[in-house]
Ligand binder design. Structure first.
Ligand code: ADP
Ligand code: ZN
Length: 215
């Protein structure tokens, strides 16, 4: 499947993407995970992105497009992909459209995961992430804590609160989402690709996507 997942920070894009990869071997492509990996590795790209990310600002479109142009041509994308956190601005969506046309890739759909703001805020404040760049498993201190406090079940690395998950940065990320990313809902509606999945449960979102794909 070739799907774009839209939704505010904390809407569950990453969780839904991970669940969908299990269905048919499509890969999850999270620009946030890629960028955090670059920051941890201390690469040029990481150094450039770090400040923006810490503040909850978007990194420049040109940087993201450079990453994605390469990523979408990697062999593991042949079976399909779930874009999680990209595109994030109208210019990114326009450039992606041109890139997909150039590569001869046709999207199945764009799913907007619509979750109420109070649920989002609660989730982001209680979210914890595995610090290992190669893992980045997601936990929640209330609803899905690791078996051993502060330790990732999957890889044994520390489970931490992200730098951009302080209250100030969270509010800034949500404001950025509303001004820069929410317009993509209209963009993809016009393209005839938009499906909306209302729901606070990722299971329900996955079922809705499966039904839409006819599987
Ligand atoms: P969330 O969806 O929870 O906000 P992500 O992990 O997707 O978090 O992204 C974390 C940060 O990485 C963003 O706040 C932003 O700084 C940067 N980022 C990720 N994807 C993009 C993108 N497509 N365009 C610009 N910045 C991005
Ligand atoms: Zn881990």
């Amino acid at each position: 499947m070739k799907i774009i997942l839209l939704g505010a920070p904390g809407a569950g894009k990453g969780t839904v993407a991970k669940m969908l990869t299990a269905l048919d071997g499509s890969v999850q492509i999270s620009t946030g995970d890629i960028l955090r990996g670059e920051v941890q590795a201390g690469s040029d790209l990481g150094r450039e992105a770090e400040g923006y990310m810490k503040r909850g600002d978007l990194v420049p479109d040109s940087l993201i497009m450079g990453i994605m142009e390469k990523r979408l041509q990697a062999p593991d994308c042949q079976k399909g992909f779930l874009l999680d956190g990209f595109p994030r601005t109208v210019p990114q969506a326009e450039e992606l459209k041109a890139l997909l046309a150039k590569l001869g890739i046709v999207l199945d759909m764009v799913v907007n995961i619509d979750v109420p703001t109070d649920v989002i805020l609660d989730r982001l404040c209680t979210r914890r992430t595995c610090a290992n760049a190669g893992c980045q498993a997601i936990y929640n201190v209330k609803s899905n804590p690791p078996k051993k406090e502060g330790i990732c079940d999957k890889c044994g690395s520390p489970v931490i609160q992200r730098d951009d998950e302080t209250e100030t940065a969270i509010n800034h990320r949500l404001a950025t989402y509303n001004s820069k990313t929410a317009p993509l809902i209209g963009f993809y509606e016009k393209e005839g690709l938009l499906k909306t999945a209302v729901g606070t449960s990722s299971d329900a979102v996955v079922s809705a996507i499966k039904a839409e794909l006819g599987r």
